[in-house]
Write a protein that binds this ligand. Structure first.
Ligand SMILES: Cc1cc2nc3c(=O)[nH]c(=O)nc-3n(C[C@H](O)[C@H](O)[C@H](O)COP(=O)(O)O)c2cc1C
Ligand SMILES: CCCCC(=O)C(=O)O
Length: 407
């Protein structure tokens, strides 16, 4: 009979080490995030309140923001079983070029305020994952620097029309010279939406030092340290501009822009034009008539006109009206890959996400954005498989129904 040998300490040690012990604390936190909602919780802890609120918040009473999210909660899937789903292909084409999934990283202003790695981090993840990313006119990385950071990526440039039309023309010229593939003209921001959280927090761009921001920063030292050790924000379009978001919009954006400006843009830009911020069939028809190649059904993530229509609800009518002449995308409130699949089943060619990747960025820079992309793309594939669908083009409205009881 052999005696039972007592295990040696060296053999036990690996079992006693916490899982992922070789990872940095940030990586460990990110690895424990199983959903975009988890990344949001991490983001809330790391970022100063004013920065988190600017990202997370909406306009007015945030009714449009809430409704945009709730619309996805009303989706009930109708899975089809006993279909071979051993290989799921989430690829598609957007504006005539391949994308690994029907997903786009939406343009977001002041991204380096959320984390100093900023727009280049977002662009690198998008390039790695084979999805397009739109740099904002209000971005904090120049058009050229972003192109250098992700030369192989699908880069779009989002245009706000300036009062100074010479400056708008310059952005178009620079975007072309730097190899951007498409322009995204955002049309829902003639004036700033009333962002009440920003008013209450006293947010300025760049954040300015006051007792309130000092305390906010002191409570979030990691963010503060990063900010102090990198260069000041560099704007995509401006050398520098200070003020509240509403002041910047009032000073720079042209509230007199009309459909004639879209016609001008059509003549000035040879590549595809995406018009972002359409919420009615009438406007969708008008912008496609004026030369748009794609429209984004969007209420700007509930950040502009509060109680504006809910994008997912408007989507099918816009697809019916212009879907044969233009690609139709949707955004607002998308927090999972299954939301993306629902939007595609209802006729969207792609879904844009803003906050989903920004929560990742705030939680852990580029690695956090990568985590957000992994979560979203993984969920797109698993939702398709569970629905019994292996190709994006096979997603149809009859894969879901919309519950009217709100549960
Ligand atoms: C912090 C933040 C900044 C934004 N900045 C811009 C911008 O500069 N230009 C623009 O067209 N849209 C901007 N948007 C709107 C997004 O492009 C997109 O429409 C919206 O985020 C979609 O909703 P979601 O965040 O719920 O995904 C911004 C959104 C957020 C959250
Ligand atoms: C309003 C202009 C600044 C960026 C932006 O579009 C947003 O915060 O939603």
């Amino acid at each position: 009979m052999t005696a039972r040998r007592r295990p040696r300490w060296s053999e036990l040690q690996p079992l006693l080490q916490p899982r992922g012990a070789s990872l940095s604390p940030t990586d460990r936190r990110l690895a424990s995030a199983a959903s975009i909602a988890d990344l949001r919780r991490l983001a809330r802890r790391r970022a100063p309140r004013a920065v988190f609120d600017y990202t997370d918040g909406g306009a007015g009473d945030e009714v449009a923001l809430q409704r945009s999210r709730e619309a996805y909660g009303r989706i009930e899937f109708r899975p089809r079983v006993l279909h071979d789903v051993s290989v799921v292909d989430s690829t598609t084409t957007l504006l005539g070029r391949p994308a690994s999934a029907p997903l786009v990283f939406a343009p977001t202003g002041f991204t380096r305020m959320m984390h100093t790695e900023g727009e280049p981090a977002v662009a690198r993840v998008a390039a790695r994952e084979g999805i397009p990313y739109a740099l904002s006119t209000m971005g904090t990385t120049s058009i050229e620097a972003l192109a250098a950071a992700a030369p192989e990526g699908r880069r779009w440039f989002q245009l706000y029309l300036w009062r100074d039309r010479g400056a708008s023309r310059d952005f178009v010229t620079r975007a072309h010279a730097a190899g951007y593939e498409a322009l995204v003209l955002t049309v829902d921001t003639p004036v700033a939406g009333p962002r009440l959280r920003d008013v209450r927090n006293g947010l300025t761009i760049p954040p300015s030092l006051s007792l309130r921001t000092f305390v906010d920063g002191a409570l979030h030292p990691a963010w503060w340290f990063d900010l102090l050790t990198t260069e000041p924000l560099e704007f995509a379009s401006l050398n520098r501009s200070d003020g509240t978001v509403a002041e910047l919009v009032g000073r720079l954006f042209d509230p007199a822009a009309t459909i004639a400006d879209l016609a001008w843009l059509r003549s000035a830009w040879q590549g595809p034009i995406v018009v972002k911020g359409v919420l009615t069939v009438e406007d969708a028809r008008a912008v496609v008539d004026a030369g748009a190649d794609a429209v984004v059904v969007s209420n700007h993530g509930g950040r502009q006109l509060d109680r504006a229509a809910t994008p997912l609800e408007v989507l099918p009518a816009v697809v019916d009206a212009v879907g044969d002449r233009a690609e139709v995308y949707v955004d607002g409130g998308i927090m999972s890959g299954s939301d993306v699949v629902a939007a595609v089943a209802l006729g969207a060619r792609a879904a844009l996400v803003g906050r989903a990747y920004l929560y990742g960025l705030m939680a852990g820079g580029e690695r956090g954005v990568q985590r957000a992309a992994d979560i979203l793309l993984g969920e797109v594939s698993s939702t398709m498989a569970l629905l019994g669908v292996t190709r994006v083009t096979d997603l149809r409205p009859d894969h879901l129904r919309i519950r009217s009881d709100g549960r």
